[in-house]
Design a protein around this ligand. Structure first.
Ligand SMILES: NC(=O)c1ccc[n+]([C@@H]2O[C@H](COP(=O)([O-])OP(=O)(O)OC[C@H]3O[C@@H](n4cnc5c(N)ncnc54)[C@H](O)[C@@H]3O)[C@@H](O)[C@H]2O)c1
Length: 293
């Protein structure tokens, strides 16, 4: 898709971080934006900020754990802007994991898989039939993570599992739209190349009351990128970060080439991916990677 002017983009989790940056990157190129999110104060802020830049937008409460909520967002977008050209299944959370997975609260698993994995499945079910039926150029973009899709970092098993599933779903979706000879393109967006400075590490702010942690002592103690930097310093690692606007620009540039992989890496990450492939091919016992190392 070369030209985003007058295109209609739906962005889940669009009130903060990567989603918010995508809203501005596309809006500044003339796209009409539909943001769905659950964080009411961030929604108010993004609504005001988009209006201040004269970007045509609707901002709606939409919980990606509910397919009905996503269908409602799709209906509202079509009522406001007639049709949909781009969908970003982007909403995601970090469960604040720490310690042994066998001691985790079941609610950590439920919340993270509900949002990260079922959020993508529900988004596919709510939006893909509309994109397929329209039979016009369109993009369905899923925000995954290298942690799960490409590598297995050792400290967040639920998040990693959710993103491994998300990647398998995204790649299959790509194969299926191709097999159906649909003009819809599927892309996998990997925020990076470094840890992206967003609200992800403070996801507890949008955690539903009924899924609050019910096990003490497995809090990660990390609620911001700053906390993560401090933790890395203790291990002698200087954590580099990426601004979410950079991720949005990388995504836009990739979409202009109809790319599947919206992936920016560093030579260090590339080396880890190669080492992982070699480890599998050589049947070596896995050793853990460190974030930022
Ligand atoms: N920050 C990183 O370094 C990084 C790295 C790789 C992947 N990601 C992925 O990027 C995506 C965006 O996250 P971010 O880093 O911008 O974090 P963020 O917290 O800034 O933004 C996520 C948004 O999703 C919303 N959200 C949470 N639960 C929701 C629900 N049930 N329904 C609808 N919206 C919901 C939040 O309110 C928030 O506005 C996520 O899928 C995340 O896993 C982030």
């Amino acid at each position: 898709m070369q030209d985003f002017n007058n295109k209609v983009a739906v962005i889940t989790g669009g009130a903060s971080g990567v989603g918010r940056s995508l809203a501005f990157a596309l809006g500044r190129r003339g796209a009409k934006i539909a943001v769905g999110d659950v964080d009411k104060s961030a929604m108010e802020q993004v609504r005001a900020d988009l209006a201040a830049e004269n970007i045509e937008a609707i901002v709606e409460f939409c919980d990606v754990t509910s397919v009905e909520s996503l269908s409602d967002l799709a209906d509202k977008t079509e009522s406001a802007f007639d049709h949909i050209d781009l969908v970003f299944a982007n909403a995601g959370i970090g469960a604040g994991e720490s310690g042994a997975m066998w001691d985790y609260s079941e609610k950590d698993w439920q919340w993270c898989l509900n949002v990260n994995m079922w959020g993508v499945i529900n988004s596919i079910r709510a939006f893909m039939p509309r994109l397929i039926a329209r039979n016009a150029e369109a993009h369905f973009v899923v925000t995954g993570s290298g942690n799960g899709a490409l590598l297995v970092y050792p400290d967040q098993p639920i998040y990693t599992a959710s993103k491994a599933a998300v990647h398998a779903i995204t790649e299959n979706l790509h194969y299926q739209v191709q097999a159906a000879q649909s003009p819809v393109k599927v892309s996998a967006l990997f925020p990076g190349p470094h840890v992206v400075d967003t609200g992800l590490f403070n996801s507890g702010r949008v955690r539903p009351q009924e899924l609050k942690k019910d096990v003490e002592g497995n809090e990660s103690g990390i609620s911001s990128v700053e906390d993560m930097k401090k933790m890395c310093e203790e291990f002698g690692i200087e954590l580099q970060t990426t601004h979410p606007d950079e991720v949005a620009e990388m995504a836009v540039a990739g979409l202009q080439k109809d790319a599947f992989w919206l992936l920016a890496t560093t030579p260090e990450t590339d080396a880890k991916i190669r080492a992982r492939a070699d480890m599998i091919l050589n049947r070596e016992t896995p050793v853990p990677n460190m974030v930022g190392a």
